[in-house]
Design a protein around this ligand. Structure first.
Ligand code: LRH
Ligand code: MN
Ligand code: MN
Length: 430
């Protein structure tokens, strides 16, 4: 491994200041959990093997579709993004993989990029294709859609791009292709709702055929945006039907922000799992739509309930249960590294809380139709402050006890602002 971006001494010094308090809190939580028959060490070892990928695009101040406010020291290339992701991993120890997006992260040497990532302690997660916006010098516009376009040459271009992403992913050591299409309409009657899905299915099948044996294709649904009247893969129903038609390597990906407000996402998780089609997540939070706010910043309870279903799923495994976890956020007013550190911690804490649920009490109360006790089984776990276990696991893995304080002490961003070129203004991503 080459030089990591944050010095090990700085992390050690910062941790030394936290140690006494952490030991105290950890011991106290251990005693509290012991009273309910939970071994804190067992929970800690589950946390130690938990991880969530970070998106390369999340390293920049992508902003909303309306505004981008670059900060000094922001990354301008995949190389600089990797460096920032390495900071997140070094401090948090739960984000060892980066999910790239093409052509945003296009380079000429992908094997070299893989080595570069490895030298920073990182590897690559799912590759994401982009057929939702036109690129310079592109032969056919995606204005009529991509995999579902009425124009055959456009569909072919979208298929070829996805196949190219698989090829890039092979070189990067990835094993998943995430396909989200913005295809849809803004007017009733604009496209035939049935035929556009037929075209999508036919084109997606071409991509599916190009998947290597041990790969998965993750279909990401989204209710609306950029299309506001209809979207081809609008919901988990369309997604699971498409995945079932494509075959066993096709699974559904749940981006938490891609549903109507107040939709019961944890139930969607349980449904997809029931049919062996739960492929993965894009974690973020939202108040109104696909807001891409930091995970757990608006509705941490929902995030906990999603993890509660995941633990249930683990206890009742269906074929191929191996969900991919990724953060998918867009940062507009914070340093993206800080946001992803904070989100990674929120996600890990919700996972930890879900591990604390007394499953026996929950299932007993459910069978007895004792609603209040069933609810209390969840409530007790949710109300437990798991920060000491998560911090202790991070410390033992070589990370920082207080990730944000250590990051600020490193003055990483201000150092980068001296080295990196300034980011130009431009449109945000979707
Ligand atoms: C679409 C989406 C999808 C894209 C990413 C940039 O809204 O969630 O995952 O690839 O944003
Ligand atoms: Mn997403
Ligand atoms: Mn989204």
């Amino acid at each position: 491994m080459t030089d990591l971006p944050i010095s090990a001494e700085l992390i050690a010094e910062s941790n030394a200041r936290e140690l006494a308090a952490l030991e105290d809190d950890y011991a106290s939580l251990g005693r509290k959990l012991e009273r309910t028959g939970i071994d804190i060490e067992a929970i800690k070892s589950r946390i130690a093997s938990f991880s969530v990928a970070v998106p390369s695009w999340g390293a920049g101040r992508g902003g909303t579709r309306f505004a981008k406010f670059p900060i000094p020291g922001e990354p301008t290339s995949i190389h600089e993004k990797l460096e920032d992701c390495a900071v997140i991993q070094q401090l948090s120890r739960v984000t060892p993989r980066v999910s790239p997006h093409f052509p945003w992260d296009k380079v000429s040497d992908y094997r070299g990029l893989r080595e570069e990532a490895a030298s920073l302690g990182l590897s690559f997660d799912a590759v994401n294709s982009n057929t939702f916006q036109d690129q310079a010098n592109q032969a056919h516009s995606y204005a009529t859609g991509s995999l579902s376009s009425t124009i055959e040459a456009t569909r072919m271009q979208a298929i070829e791009h996805n196949i190219e992403c698989i090829e890039i992913g092979r070189q990067l050591g990835s094993k998943e292709l995430t396909v989200w299409v913005g295809d849809g309409t803004n007017f009733p009657g604009q496209q035939d709702l049935a035929r556009s899905l037929d075209r999508y299915l036919e084109a997606a099948a071409e991509v599916y055929t190009a998947l290597p044996e041990d790969w998965r294709m993750l279909l990401e649904h989204k209710m609306f945006e950029p299309a506001f009247y209809s979207t081809v893969i609008s919901d988990w129903g369309s997604s699971i039907l498409a995945a079932q038609e494509l075959g066993p390597k096709a699974k559904c990906l749940v981006d938490l922000g891609h549903h109507a407000p107040n939709v019961n996402i944890e139930q969607i998780v349980a449904r997809l799992h029931r049919f062996g089609k739960l492929g993965g997540f894009h974690f973020n939070d939202s108040k109104y739509g696909d807001d891409d706010l930091d995970s757990g910043s608006i509705n941490p309870h929902q995030l906990f309930l999603v993890f509660n279903e995941l633990i249930e799923a683990e206890l009742n495994p269906r074929e191929g249960f191996n969900p991919s976890y990724m953060i998918d956020q867009s940062h507009n007013v914070t340093d993206p590294i800080e946001s992803m550190l904070s989100s990674a911690e929120a996600i890990t804490q919700c996972f930890a809380k879900a591990l604390l649920v007394d499953r026996e009490a929950l299932h007993f109360a459910q069978e007895a139709n004792d609603t209040m006790m069933a609810f209390q089984a969840l409530r007790r776990a949710y109300n437990t402050d798991v920060a000491p276990i998560v911090s202790q696991a991070r410390l033992e893995a070589g990370g920082a006890v207080d990730v944000l304080r250590t990051y600020r002490e490193s003055r990483y961003r201000s150092r980068k602002s001296q080295e990196r070129k300034a980011v130009g203004l431009g449109a945000g991503i979707v």
